[in-house]
Design a protein around this ligand. Sequence first.
Ligand SMILES: NC(=O)c1ccc[n+]([C@@H]2O[C@H](COP(=O)([O-])OP(=O)(O)OC[C@H]3O[C@@H](n4cnc5c(N)ncnc54)[C@H](O)[C@@H]3O)[C@@H](O)[C@H]2O)c1
Length: 334
Amino acid sequence: MPNAFVTGVAGFLGSHVAELLRNDGWRVQGIDNLQGGRPENVPDGVELRVTDCLERGSYVDMLSGTDVVYHCASAAYDGLSVFSPAFVYKNTVQATVEVATAAVAQGVGRFVHCSSMARYGALTSPFTEDMQPVPESPYGLAKYSSELIVEKLFTIHGGEYSIAIPHNIIGPRQRFDDPYRNVAAIMINRMLLGKQPIIYGDGSQTRCFSFIGDVIFCLERMGTSAAAVGEAINIGPDEGEETILSLAETIADILGFNIDPIFVPDRPLEVPIATCSADKARRLLGYETKTPLRQGLVNMATWIERQGPAQFVYGLDIEISRDNTPTTWIDKLI
Ligand SMILES: NC(=O)c1ccc[n+]([C@@H]2O[C@H](COP(=O)([O-])OP(=O)(O)OC[C@H]3O[C@@H](n4cnc5c(N)ncnc54)[C@H](O)[C@@H]3O)[C@@H](O)[C@H]2O)c1
């Protein structure tokens, strides 16, 4: 039975990859500090140790005999990273160095690192993996720095690695009560609470959204396919570009909500058009978009309705509070 170790296993991607691996006959163990994740996300049969990636000594034993590490833990806060860079760096760059160090020391077979499309910054879309990353936000810089240290450690000491670059994934188990991330989840939760969606800028920011069920097997394959070794691969669709405004309108239509969005000033460093090419994922991993965005949103809204909409939790410190810090966060308007 192959062994996997998943960081961030109580989070969105981590819990889904753990579930898929378990279903495919793997023994799966993982860690999570529960900053963003929830124990109830962890699938039955998957072992959760509640600890922090930064505390290497508290989990290094779990890596012995591991075939594949899926490193999904991160402070995945792009917009917030402009205002809380220390928190994001520590829980992304330092967290990655700690996990990769433990993995190399224990001689794991492969390390799958979850990066982010934020690595591409304001390059011209669609982003392809051969472009030299030019991250804009502290989060993008942190994710790209993390990639580089993974690549460096595994190249020096031996062992396989691959870099998954997911983008804008939606689906059940995603946090919807965190005001600092996950635009679709926040909009669904707000509308279920009877509140209008809040849109930064004019809502023309363009993205592609992926449904978790369409992308998670790609993440698994990044850990098993020979074709993925040493590769950075965008994971997600390049069809169905959406603006943030049209996303809000689609959600409102699904929920039968009478929409009249609240427009607030742009956030600094928000990239206007950010989409990724899926050609490499199609070629190397057999990626295919199967779930149209509307269906993905229906699935997610159904899940959030079942959980019950929740008041937003402002659980993180704003480290830099200045004139350009969104009032939505300072004044807790979300
Ligand atoms: N969801 C997306 O659309 C998306 C897009 C691009 C990249 N990613 C990347 O994919 C990975 C997973 O994202 P997600 O959406 O599942 O986020 P998530 O917040 O749901 O999961 C991350 C998990 O990591 C845990 N965590 C954070 N810091 C930790 C630490 N220091 N020690 C232990 N656990 C820690 C959190 O508690 C959480 O459960 C992240 O690396 C993220 O940057 C996600």
